[in-house]
Design a binder for this molecule. Structure first.
Ligand code: HSE
Length: 440
C-alpha cells in the first residue's frame, strides 16, 4: 500500500478504554503522525477500533477518530487490508480467540494483555513464529517501563539469576499511604479508589493476581523458560497492618508487594508476596503508584528500570514502541523470532525457601512469656536476630526479626506459637528480602 511512495501499515485496534483511547489519539494526532513517519520510516494508519459499546465517550481530543468505532471485532480481525492487530481488551476471552485468528491469518499482533500472555503466551508465540509474524507485548508488564525489550534483547546473553519488581501501582500506592500517613488498609484502599488508582473491585490488585501474571511473564523471559501461572506462589497485601509497616520503618525497612523470580540451579522460585526491603535497596524508595523492576545478572550486575506502570498515555507509549518495531519489521519483510525458552526449570517449593522474617505477636504481659516464646523459636531451629517489646498490659506486643530460616520451620514455629496460651494473636509475618542472591 503505497502512500507517496511510502509503505503504510494498517492497524486494527481491539478495545478502547484508557489505553486504547490514548493510543488512538497518538496515532491520529497530526504531530504524532509526522513523528511516527520520521522515526519508523513508514506510515501507520489506524483503520478500525473495535468496542462493545458504541455510545460510550472515548476521548475529549478533537482528532479522536470516532468514525472508526465498530462493534464488529471479528470483522476487524478478518479484514484483508489490516496488517497489525492491537489487542487492548484484557481478559482471556474473546481476546485469546481474536489474537489466535489474527495470527493464523498472518497478521502481526501487539497486546497489553498480561493475563492472556501469562496463560497462553508460549502457545501464541509458537503460532506467531509458525506464521512468521510478530507478537509483541511490551505494555503487558509495568506500563511504560521497557522491561520486556530489555530482557528479550539487551539482556539476551545475560545469565539472570533474579528479577524483583514492584509491578502493581495500586498496591504500591496503598502501601505508601499506610507507611507515610499511618492509614489503615481500608482507608488507604478507599483513597486509592477515590483517586482512580484502585478498581471498584480491587481484588486482582490487592490479592496479588495482577502481579502474579506479570511475574510469570518476566520469569519466562529472564530464564528463557516456560513458566506457568500455576507455578507462581501468590500472596496479596490484604493482611498487612499499618502498625507492622510502622515497625518496619523504625527498623530501617520498607514494605513492598514484590514479584520475585529467582533461579537456583535447575529450579526457579516465582512468587508474589509482601516483603520488607532494607531502606538502602533501590526498590525501597519506589513510592506512590510508581513501578520499578530490579534485575540481577551474573555479568551485568544490578540494573533497575523505574517508571509509570499504568495510565492511558504511559501504557500507550509502550504499545506505540511495539507498533513501530512491528511496522519496521513488516517493511523489511521480517519478524522477531520469539524466545527459545530452552530451559526446563522445576518449581522450587515455598517451604524450601530461606529468608529472614519479621514477626509480631500480641502477648500477655507477664513473667516468663518471652522465655516461652523464645523456646518455641529455638526448638524449631529458628534463630532470633533481634526482639523488641512495645506496649504494656493488654497492649503488649513482641516484635522479632529472625536470622535466615527455612519457610517450613517458620510455619511450624507460627503454628506452635498459635497454640501458646500466652500468645493472643500473631499480628504480622513478613519476609525480609535484601542482598541475598540466587544461584550464580
Ligand atoms: N492495575 C495495575 C496496577 C495496572 O495497579 O498497576 C495494570 O496492570
Amino acid at each position: 500500500m503505497a502512500k507517496g511512495g511510502r509503505k503504510t501499515i494498517r492497524i486494527g485496534l481491539l478495545g478502547c478504554g484508557n489505553v486504547g483511547a490514548a493510543l488512538s489519539s497518538l496515532l491520529t494526532d497530526p504531530v504524532g503522525q509526522a513523528t511516527l513517519i520520521e522515526r519508523a520510516g513508514v506510515s501507520v494508519e489506524l483503520v478500525a477500533i473495535g468496542v462493545n459499546d458504541l455510545t460510550k465517550r472515548r476521548s475529549d481530543q478533537s482528532w479522536f477518530p470516532s468514525h472508526l468505532l465498530t462493534k464488529d471485532l471479528v470483522g476487524i480481525v478478518a479484514r484483508e487490508d489490516v496488517d497489525v492487530i492491537v489487542e487492548l481488551l484484557g481478559g482471556i476471552e474473546p481476546a485469546g480467540s481474536l489474537i489466535t485468528a489474527a495470527l493464523e491469518s498472518g497478521k502481526a499482533v501487539v497486546s497489553a494483555n498480561k493475563a492472556l500472555l501469562a496463560e497462553r503466551g508460549v502457545t501464541l508465540e509458537r503460532l506467531a513464529e509458525s506464521k512468521a509474524v510478530d507478537l509483541a507485548y511490551e505494555a503487558a508488564v509495568a506500563g511504560a517501563i521497557p522491561i520486556i525489550r530489555t530482557l528479550r534483547e539487551s539482556l539476551a546473553g545475560e545469565e539472570i539469576y533474579r528479577v524483583m519488581g514492584i509491578v502493581n501501582g495500586t498496591t504500591n500506592f496503598i502501601l505508601s499511604k499506610m507507611t507515610a500517613e499511618g492509614l489503615a488498609y481500608d482507608d488507604a484502599i478507599e483513597q486509592a479508589q477515590r483517586l482512580g488508582y484502585a478498581e471498584h473491585d480491587p481484588s486482582a490488585d490487592v490479592e496479588g493476581y495482577d502481579a502474579a501474571a506479570k511475574a510469570a511473564i518476566l520469569a519466562g523471559l529472564a530464564f528463557d523458560a516456560t513458566i506457568g501461572l500455576e507455578q507462581v506462589h501468590c500472596e496479596g497485601i490484604t493482611k498487612l497492618r499499618s502498625i507492622d509497616l510502622a515497625y518496619a520503618s523504625k527498623m530501617g525497612y520498607s514494605v513492598k508487594l514484590l514479584a520475585i523470580a529467582e533461579r537456583r540451579g535447575d529450579g526457579a522460585s516465582v512468587r508474589v508476596h509482601p516483603a520488607m526491603l532494607p531502606l538502602s535497596h533501590p526498590l525501597a524508595s519506589v513510592d506512590e503508584a510508581m513501578n520499578a523492576v530490579f534485575v540481577e545478572g551474573a555479568a551485568s550486575g544490578p540494573i533497575m528500570l523505574y517508571g509509570q506502570g499504568a495510565g492511558g498515555m504511559a501504557t500507550a507509549s509502550a504499545v506505540l514502541g511495539d507498533l513501530i518495531d512491528v511496522a519496521r519489521n513488516q517493511v523489511a519483510g521480517t519478524f522477531r523470532a520469539p524466545p527459545r525458552r530452552h530451559a526446563s526449570l522445576a518449581a522450587i517449593s515455598m517451604t524450601d525457601l530461606v529468608s529472614e522474617f519479621y514477626l509480631s505477636l500480641d502477648v500477655a504481659d507477664e513473667p516468663g512469656v518471652l522465655a516461652k516464646v523464645a523456646d518455641v523459636f529455638g526448638s524449631h531451629g529458628v534463630s532470633i536476630r533481634s526482639m523488641e517489646q512495645s506496649g504494656l498490659g493488654d497492649e503488649a506486643r513482641l516484635v522479632f526479626l529472625t536470622h535466615a530460616a527455612l519457610e517450613r520451620d517458620v510455619a511450624a514455629t507460627m503454628e506452635a506459637l498459635n497454640g501458646l496460651r500466652e500468645v493472643d494473636a500473631i499480628g504480622g509475618v513478613i519476609r525480609v528480602v535484601g542482598d541475598e542472591q540466587g544461584d550464580r
